[in-house]
Design a protein around this ligand. Structure first.
Ligand code: SF4
Ligand code: SF4
Length: 428
């Protein structure tokens, strides 16, 4: 069994074996720093110890649901990567184990809920395009209740419900304004089919800095397949996206991402999986929306007066890993807003992990620490779609939570409307 696990994990088996069992990763791991963290096998260090034992001795048996459950307590937040003295890419090692599991276990290696999650893209695509009445019926309380039961999702888990419409439609037939700088926009599925307003606000905001977004044909980034360990599917999607996006780079365009998960996939995961020149070219051309906006504000190409506005910044796990927090805080501070605190706690969503009934208690417990830091009132900026949804859900909608660029666009638009109405009033 040990040789089978070693064969399937490939170089990531060696990575697991480099663990010196220091436990530094435990000190930052959200699931370890919870009420179950006193059980050694449920800690980050414990997962490495389990893998080492399975690789060396074949015990415990690695391809049992019980073993996988323990590995699945890694929610892929990436917080441990910077503290590990052995520089082990811990979440990738865990993903590599999941991949091994899906290959080694015959029949149905994925649970019913995981199979539902794996079909996220076609489901939200269909719902976003469904005619109004049908959409309303499908998203009505009785069918959603049934869906939650079948998939094993918790009753209070924030599902990604499509707001209607697609980014494909929004960008169709829109030609870039002559003279404007153009960027190719990789939106990924959430903005494309669940919340197109994310992409629309990015487009409109950047236009004020004379930047146009073009919207190339694109496929899902594969981040959910990555979480589930379905590496072959991620590879296929990566190859398709890289082929298209490298063509955009050849035209001299940067690749804009408005989701930290997409920034991560295009920058790090695609080159790791494909290991070719084109994927590295695309990786180098990626610019995250928060990096871009901060540089535009710094150079004076984008300006607004935000004095009098105050936010709490939630520095999400991916924002921390991708070093985006300073870009977000810098943007708002330069524009005169008051960043009334930076909360660095994990929200507990773990992508779609926190949706499952079996994980919801732990997910809520982890998120509870963040809520204490955020306090009872005030607007929150949180750069992650799932983190924003989790905070809204945990506070039962009492907190206003925005993606940073959405908040900025809303304010710029409101200021423009106010300016226009003042001028109309003066003229009449
Ligand atoms: S990625 Fe996050 S959840 Fe997984 S071991 Fe590291 S700190 Fe813990
Ligand atoms: S920090 Fe790295 S070396 Fe230390 S226990 Fe965790 S994985 Fe092992």
């Amino acid at each position: 069994m040990s040789s089978r696990l070693r064969e399937l994990m490939g170089p990531y088996a060696d990575e697991a074996e480099r663990c010196i069992r220091c436990g530094f990763c435990n000190s930052v791991c959200p699931t370890t720093l919870s009420s179950i963290g006193h059980i050694p096998s449920r800690t980050s260090r414990g997962r490495l110890v389990l893998l080492q034992s399975s690789l060396e001795k074949g015990t415990p048996h690695p391809f049992t649901p019980r073993f996988k459950e323990l590995i699945d307590l890694c929610i892929g937040c990436l917080r441990c990567v910077s503290v590990c003295p052995a520089r082990i890419p811990i979440p990738t090692v865990m993903s590599s184990y999941r991949r091994a599991y899906t290959v080694a276990v015959r029949g149905k290696p994925l649970s019913r809920g995981e199979r539902v999650v794996a079909n996220y893209e076609p489901v939200v695509k269909y719902l976003s395009r469904a005619p109004g009445l049908l959409r309303k019926m499908l998203l009505g309380k009785p069918l959603l209740w049934l869906f939650r039961r079948v998939a094993g999702f918790a009753d209070d888990a924030p599902l990604p419900i499509p707001e209607g419409g697609t980014l494909d439609n929004h960008f169709k037939n829109r030609k870039p304004r002559p003279g404007y700088q153009t960027l190719a926009y990789f939106s990924d599925t959430y903005a494309r089919f669940v919340k197109p307003s994310i992409g629309i606000s990015a487009r409109e905001l950047l236009r004020t800095a004379e930047i146009e977004l073009v919207y190339p044909r694109q496929y899902d980034s594969g981040v959910i397949f990555w979480e589930l360990g379905l590496w072959d599917k991620v590879k296929k999607l990566a190859a398709l996206n890289v082929e298209i996006l490298s063509g955009e780079v050849e035209k001299g365009r940067k690749i804009l991402c408005t989701s930290p998960a997409s920034t991560l996939m295009l920058r790090e995961v695609y080159p790791r999986l494909l290991d070719n020149e084109k994927s590295r070219t695309v990786s180098e051309a990626v610019v995250d929306i928060n990096e871009l906006i901060n540089s535009l504000v710094e150079s004076g190409r984008l300006s607004a007066n935000l004095s009098g506005l105050s936010f709490i910044l939630h520095s999400t796990c991916l924002s921390q890993y991708l070093h985006l927090t300073s870009h977000i805080a810098g943007t708002f501070e330069k524009l005169g807003a008051r960043v009334g605190g930076v909360a660095t706690e994990c929200c507990g969503s773990g992508g779609l992990w926190g949706l499952f009934r079996k994980n919801r208690g732990l997910s809520t417990e982890i998120g509870g620490k963040l809520l204490k830091r955020l306090g009872p009132s005030g607007a929150v900026l949180s750069y992650s779609e799932t983190c924003a949804q989790q905070i809204i859900s945990l506070t039962q909608g009492k907190k206003a939570v925005y993606l940073p660029h959405e908040a900025l666009y809303n304010w710029v638009r409101r200021a423009a409307t106010h300016y226009q109405s003042e001028h109309i009033a003066q003229a009449s």
